[in-house]
Write a protein that binds this ligand. Sequence first.
Ligand code: GLU
Length: 291
Amino acid sequence: MNSRVFRFAPSPNGRLHLGHAYSALLNQKLAREAGGRLLLRIEDIDPMRSVAEFERGIMEDLAWLGIDWEEPVRRQSEHMDAYRAHLDRLAAEGLVYPAFMSRGEMRAHIAEARSSGEKWPVDPDGAPLYPDRDRRLSARERKRRIEGGAPFAWRLDMARALGRIARPLSWQEEGRGPAGETGFVRADPAAWGDVVLARRETPTSYHLSVVTDDALQGVTDVVRGRDLFPATAVHRLLQELFGLPAPRYHHHHLVLGEDGRKLSKSRGDTALSALRAQGKTPADIRRMVGL
Ligand code: GLU
């Protein structure tokens, strides 16, 4: 029996644009060629940004495009217990710590270090790595702050987590990374520093929920945009810490706007709903994205 499982996993914080159409259509094409299944997952862990109206819009756009997905659709906001259980495992092993620095404090801390000549490392997205101040706090101080109501996020203790991994991490890349990486790819999660895995109010993050769900749903093939290629290193690390299988990855090129810039949900011009209103057909969309 063929058991390959693909998924398209949009976040309902805007309307789908041509880039999403390409990703969804490519998932469908590869799933069909493999005789596999295609799942739809709604990544709505952020209550501030997730809007039911956008979720309806996503399904409408996908159905119009001719994408067929299996029911039921997994909605991440309905599975916080699964993410919390994973977070608790990391906490029990001392692999996460509460990080209290606000953005402002972090900026000031880094500016000070830079002004004394220190070269502060940045992650693959260009954001400065989290300072190690909070990792060094005593258990008593952490408790005091949490009980005092201080806001915090749970961050992965990257160095300690890597210490638990017996062999170098890698994955099988069927697409291409930004520098043409393909085939056997070495993962470098350390480049991300102590990533956020959960927030005080939300027991998860993109990284934690995506890894949890891909495993729970038996996903064998992750087909997604190249912008997420570097994040795969973090996903591989979490999979290894939890003893989960590694899916195959296929990072695809991003559909760019006419100005050569990445499309975003805030730019209405390439929204599928707008293109549909202009009279474009699903066949036109396929042509526009080259599928
Ligand atoms: N939810 C993510 C997004 O909308 C995609 C996550 C993934 O495919 O791993 O960009």
